[in-house]
Design a protein. Structure first.
Length: 425
């Protein structure tokens, strides 16, 4: 296959996302729904705030009574009572009167403005309740406008109004809004359960002692972490040996998942075992994507009774499996959760060193992007071999060298996908 015949990253992703479907909705308590997407329109059963109330600690007054007030010519009002948040003042503020009021307390009848303590002659530090009813007076030092410091009933939410639309991703503010409506639970699209299976005779699990000639299975852990960072629920299935029997058994063990992710066994050496199993157990599109790292990538579907479990076969090399999960697996998890916009933020960077692209594939170089003087710069995280996982651990971005470029020169611009926060300075 020539490079020109290989599938582009965009085409491969489009074909995966054509098969992947949004999952059904579930009802979750709001505190457990962070990162999920609303499957229902949420209308408010309440008006918020429910009543006009004060935004400041101070005195509820009739604004007209304060006209002309200044520090030199204070207006003296008779204090007829006190009210705290959570209570309703039983009386009414008449001409020449004021009610001492605390933030959040409903505005007493008759009052149309709040004068903050700072604009009265009340000495600071007086406790709530320490006033003598009917004998107390307060001097207002500044004229108040009508409605000053009053939060209007319904200024946040009106009863019956659409507050959050289906499709909204729930984060702290949205969950706070749901709580303000008194909602305990909401309908959200389910998070996918993602089976993560490693394959290879050379792999050791972490509880096995080190053996020469073997390597620890890192893909299961890096990929499972990427799954949960994308919002999915990873389930590590362990390591399948490079035999048809073992791989078949391990695949079957994962078919209750919503998505199956395997790693390795799709490059030349042991390609056949995996291919045998995938072809026998499911429908497979074997692909060669025009990218580096990650040229070998498999995608298919395992039928499992009534269900069809999509399968993404990541390449084995640790950097390749992470980069291909980033480009194909993460969008799949997003789509299952009903999220749109799986794209990472992309910025134009100036490359600070030569980036060599050995063949006409799109090269995703691991880089550190930093910002200086309003511009972004990228330097590589060292040697770029697809087995060098530390190059990924140091990176906060992937710099994209197009398939038709053999290299980028220092000072040239390129696109970078940001995987984490940009360095400053
Ligand atoms: P394969 O696709 O099976 O030929 O694997 C390609 C390379 O990735 C080999 O060097 C494997 O040892 C390595 N590899 C495969 N699976 C893993 C894994 N789970 N963790 C770390 N390295 C792996
Ligand atoms: Mg292998």
């Amino acid at each position: 296959m020539t490079f020109a015949d290989m599938m582009s990253v965009e085409e491969a992703r489009r074909r995966i996302l054509d098969v992947i479907q949004r999952l059904p909705a579930e009802v979750r308590n709001i505190e457990d729904a962070a990162g999920q997407v609303l499957a229902e329109d949420v209308f408010s059963p309440l008006t918020i705030p429910p009543l006009d109330n004060t935004a400041m600690d101070g005195y509820a007054v009739r604004a007209a009574d304060t006209a002309g007030a200044s520090a030199a010519t204070p207006k003296t009002l008779r204090v007829i009572g006190e009210v705290a948040a959570g209570y309703i003042f039983p009386g009414e503020v008449g001409p020449g009167e004021a009610v001492r009021i605390m933030t959040g307390a409903p505005t007493p009848r008759g009052a149309d403005a709040i004068v903050p303590f700072e604009e009265t002659d009340e000495p600071p530090g007086r406790a709530f309740g320490a006033f003598a009813k009917g004998r107390d007076v307060v001097g207002v030092l500044k004229a108040a406008d009508v409605a000053a410091n009053i939060r209007r009933a319904g200024e946040d939410v009106k009863q019956g109004s659409l507050v959050l639309q289906a499709g909204t991703e729930l984060h702290a503010a949205q969950i706070g809004v749901l709580a303000s409506l008194g909602k305990r639970s909401v309908s959200v699209y389910r998070r996918p359960a993602v089976a993560v299976l490693s394959t290879g005779d050379e792999l050791l699990d972490l509880d096995q002692p080190y053996e020469p000639g073997h390597i620890y299975d890192s893909n299961a852990y890096s990929v499972a972490t990427l799954v949960s960072e994308a919002g999915g629920i990873p389930r590590r299935l362990g390591i399948a040996r490079d035999t048809v029997e073992d791989l078949t058994a391990k695949v079957h063990a994962g078919l209750d998942a919503d998505l199956m992710i395997t790693s390795a066994g799709v490059s030349r050496g042991d390609y056949d075992v995996v291919k045998d199993v995938l072809l026998r157990e499911g429908e497979v599109d074997f692909w060669t994507v025009r990218m580096r790292p990650g040229k070998p990538l498999a995608f298919g579907v395992f039928p499992a009774g009534e269900r069809r479990v999509p399968h993404i076969g990541l390449p084995g090399n640790p950097v390749s499996s992470m980069v291909t999960f980033e480009l194909f697996g993460r969008p799949a998890v997003f789509k299952m959760m009903g999220k749109t916009g799986w794209e990472r933020p992309q910025v134009r960077v100036t490359v600070e060193e030569r980036v060599v692209n050995p063949d006409p594939r799109r090269f995703y170089a691991r880089a550190v992007v930093s910002e200086r003087g309003g511009r972004y710069y990228a330097s590589l995280t060292g040697p770029q071999g697809s087995g060098i996982l530390t190059s990924m651990a140091l990176a906060n971005a992937l710099v994209v060298c197009p398939e038709d470029r053999t290299h980028l020169e220092p000072g040239e611009e390129a696109d970078a996908l940001l995987l984490g926060p940009v360095m400053r300075g």
